[in-house]
Structure formats: structure tokens, C-alpha cells
Write a protein that binds this ligand. Structure first.
Ligand code: SF4
Length: 115
């Protein structure tokens, strides 16, 4: 019997998700994720051959991929704009976050619309 580590299983699942999403390399998702943060000034990518360099050049101009974020993070949970503003989450939030307002901001950023 072969046992796989949880880390390997997670990596294999992530690899399948990325492959199902299209032709971009796994490295492209990782680099664009890191580069998408406002406070990130530079992302350095290791390259071992011409193919990897061409891959890097192909996506380094477009870091923000909202489809990626939504496909990965909302597969089972819906989008921010799906919030019906019932307020039930705010009643129980231990940090007293204004979740409805925050979700409006998320919808604007990720979906380009006012929720
Ligand atoms: S207000 Fe909170 S509990 Fe109600 S739909 Fe929106 S996220 Fe869900």
C-alpha cells in the first residue's frame, strides 16, 4: 500500500484545478498571486530553460486574474454579490465586522459591480 502525504495530495489537487482552468502554467498562478498584492514591489521567478522564460514573459503583464480567485475560492460558496444583506453574519461576528459593507467592496473589486 502506498501512502501519500497530505502535502502531496494537496499539491496534486491544486495541479488538477489549475490544469482544468486552462493552458496557463502552475507557476503563472503562483507568481500572479504573489504579484497581485498592492505592497509587493517585485516578484522574482526562477527559470531553467527557454520554455520557462517564454512562459514567464507571457503572463507577467497581467497579474490580476479575478476568474482565478473566484474559481478557486467560491466554487461552493457563491460570490460576494450573492449576499442578500440579511445581517445574520454580523449579529454573530466576534470581531464585529461590517460584513455586508465589506462584501459590497469585494463585489466591486472582484466583479466590477456594486452589490
Ligand atoms: S448578510 Fe451575511 S449572512 Fe446574510 S447573506 Fe450576506 S453574508 Fe450571508
Amino acid at each position: 500500500m502506498v501512502y501519500r502525504s497530505l502535502l502531496l495530495e494537496t499539491a496534486l489537487q491544486a495541479d488538477k484545478i489549475y490544469r482544468d482552468m486552462g493552458d496557463l502554467s502552475n507557476a503563472s498562478y503562483a507568481i500572479r498571486f504573489a504579484a497581485s498584492y498592492d505592497d509587493i514591489f517585485m516578484v522574482l521567478s526562477g527559470m531553467s530553460n527557454l520554455e520557462q522564460m517564454e512562459d514567464n514573459i507571457s503572463y507577467m503583464k497581467d497579474f490580476w486574474n479575478q476568474d482565478y480567485y473566484y474559481e478557486i475560492h467560491t466554487e461552493h460558496n457563491g460570490k460576494a454579490s450573492d449576499c442578500i444583506k440579511c445581517g445574520m453574519c454580523e449579529e454573530v461576528c466576534p470581531q464585529h465586522l461590517e460584513i455586508r459593507s465589506l462584501l459590497e467592496q469585494v463585489a466591486e473589486v472582484f466583479e466590477g459591480e456594486k452589490a
